[in-house]
Structure formats: C-alpha cells, structure tokens
Design a protein around this ligand. Sequence first.
Ligand code: OAD
Length: 269
Amino acid sequence: MGWCGLRGLRYSGRDSSLQTGPTMSEQQKMEPPQEGDHVVVLTGAGISADSGLATFRGGGGLWEGHRVEDVATPEAWARDPATVWRFYQMRRAALLDVEPNAGHRALAELERALPERGACLTLISQNVDDLHQRAGSTVLSMHGQLQRLRCETCGYFQDGLQYLDTEAFLPCPKCEDPSLRPDIVWFGEMPYKLEAIENAMFEVTHFLACGTSGAVYPASGLLSTARSVGAQTFVNALDAPENLGSRDVFLQGSASSVLPRWVAEFLAS
Ligand code: OAD
C-alpha cells in the first residue's frame, strides 16, 4: 500500500487480461458466511450517487468541472487555498441536504447480522461524506472526512461543526495557525487506516467493491489482493470498472437497488 495516486497517471488503458466478469445470472453460487469469515466491502462515490451526491468521473462528475490539480493536491492548497476551501466547504454544506440510501443501510445491516454467525465485516470507504456513519456503519474512511478539519501546524482535529462559511478560513483554536485545512487525503498524500485495511485483507473471505471506478491507488488494488488470497469477489457499479477481473461477479446496477438484494441473498444463503 502506498501514496494516493491516480492509476491512470502511471497506467493507461485496461489490462488486456481483464475481461468483464460473469453477471449475476451466470455467477457461481455465493458462498454463505460461516464462522470465522471476514467480509470486506470497499465503497466509492457511486454508493452515494442515489442520495444525490455527485461522483468524480464521467459526465457531470466533480472532476469534469474541476481539475484535480486545482483542488485536490497539497500544492493547490499552498497556491490557492481560497479555491480549495470553497470546493470542500460547498461539498460539506451539501451533506446537510442528503440522507443515506438503501445501499448504505444494507451494509449497516450486514455489519449487524454477521457477528450472529461468528463472522465479521470491515467497511472501507473512499468517500468523504458521512452517509455510512449516519446509516449506522463503522467505517475505515481512507480518504478523510468532509466534516473534519485539521491543523497542519500542531495536528489538532476539529469535528462537529454543522455550518461553515465557505469564504472564510477558520483559525486553529490551539496554536492559532490562521487556516485549518480540510481533513481530506489529497493526491500525493498517504491514505488513512492502511494498517487496519491491510489486516482485514489478510483475512478476507468475501470482498465487495461498490460504486468505485478503480481509478485511484491504493484502493483500486484491494480487489486484486482479495482475488489473490482466494476470496469470493463481487463488484457493483453502473459500468464495469477498469479493474474488473474475469472471476469477479459483476452486479450491474445502482447500489440502492443491488445491495439490499445482495445482502438479503447473502444472509439467506
Ligand atoms: P468515481 O467517480 O471514479 O467512480 C464512480 C463509480 O460509481 C463508477 O464506477 C460508476 O459506474 C459507479 N456508480 C455511479 N452511480 C452509481 C450507483 N447509483 N450505484 C452504483 N454504482 C454507481 O468514484 P470513486 O471510484 O469513488 O479521491 O473515486 C475514487 C477517488 O477518486 C475518490 O475517493 C476521490 C477521487 O479523486 C480523492 O479525492 C483522493
């Protein structure tokens, strides 16, 4: 695992050995959760799309309206902090108008149900919204959180602010650095929770990637890690992501309709 980076910058096109996986109707039978199993789910922006939050790539995506280099790098924060601040605080404000959807709720239900079978779930999210948390999940947020701010000088974290002025910086209450930064992992920075993620991937028996295009490393590498340790692998997205493999079961469709069915089938199996 390593620095957060766009896969496309070092790797172009699709691996020719990768093909679209079997669809739901062709899939091998889902192995039911058993004592000691460890289910790992990785989510991306697609799971929150049905709640009304924009994804990053594709038509109307956040990276169509903004250049990554202008808003999602430490260099952008140093060069033009006002633009970076406005970008993240507007996205933070948008959280006040959205709710978790059936996809988020299904994963929270899975987390509650698995321990009754002696199994467990690790939920890893690249998302910086708080919809998993509001649905009741415990989340490893590897790219940070919109609602958190952090001081680059003294390391202080500021949580729990409902509303922020999108035009005015907030000084650090501890060391008086004039501007707390969004607690977001920018390109070139180290994602959070890598040790916990690595530990979960040592034990994974079932892996689901949901709503992620597989474009950003190291999150994009988790699917192939899961395959390499023999886990059953599932992928849910609207379009086949670039890291989809021939052995993955591809569950095409919106997360809010696919995940409740997938979780119900899994727990009934
Ligand atoms: P992307 O925008 O790259 O990909 C969204 C994925 O969700 C695509 O595969 C879509 O097919 C799928 N999708 C869209 N709507 C969906 C729906 N309703 N149900 C299910 N799937 C749906 O978003 P991410 O993969 O999350 O990082 O992007 C990864 C990272 O790139 C982000 O965390 C962010 C960004 O740059 C940083 O800013 C560090």
